[in-house]
Design a protein around this ligand. Sequence first.
Ligand code: NAP
Length: 246
Amino acid sequence: MTNNSNKIAIVTGASRGIGAAIAERLAKDGFTVVINYAGSEAAAEELARKIEEKGGKALTAKADVSDAEAVRRMFDTAEAAFGGVDVLVNNAGIMQLAKIADADDAHFDRHMAINLKGTFNTLREAGKRLRDGGRIINLSTSIVGLKLETYGVYAATKAAVETLTGIMSKEMRGRSITVNAVAPGPTATDLFLIGKSDELIDRLAKMNPLERLGTPEDIAAAVAFLAGPDGRWINGQTLRANGGMV
Ligand code: NAP
């Protein structure tokens, strides 16, 4: 067993994409994982089964992160099942692209509700309930640094998440809880791939000097570093995981 055994990690948006890779990697590293999802129940259950087949421990928890009450219930469920929570990975998120001049109110409100309010909802619970020595890792995006056209509202929610990260790291003073963000570049998941031409995907993949897209496992490795014993001295930081794009 590793140093992470008996530690409980909630990963939001873990039914698919980067979140699923994070849950799998944390389980491999010894954490008991709570696989949160909003709609993809079958995928979440399948992932839990896969983790348990490999000797890990996992539980699924349906909760729309934009719903504060549902988030509270998710923490209740984790505490009832495992006695406490040590790690929160705020991965659930959406991304739709529109120029600021063309973005309608629904576009703005949806991003705010899931990416920003959703992160706030889980951070608020974690701030009260995480066990001492815990870890919080929030998913941002390297677009906060790149500032590409059409990503305005999405990137604004993630810039706010980076600000919450830095401030909360200070608010956890005295409890040995670190709060960091991981900011991926283009990563091969539905969120990035759907709606883009092969030519555009290729162009974005070549923006970094390693000339490829990130994989969900690349991002999970960075999260696992921050969640595990080797990440203990990193606090209040945003780690850009993008092959050197920005
Ligand atoms: P994805 O493939 O679209 O998966 C999104 C996950 O979030 C799904 O498991 C989905 O669950 C969940 N989710 C969506 N809305 C939710 C809600 N309201 N409540 C709870 N769960 C919800 O996305 P991804 O590419 O893995 O992205 C994961 C994170 O990385 C996001 O925060 C994203 O902004 C960030 N990121 C991604 C990239 C990239 O290139 N892929 C780059 C930078 C940052 P259901 O299917 O159950 O709804």
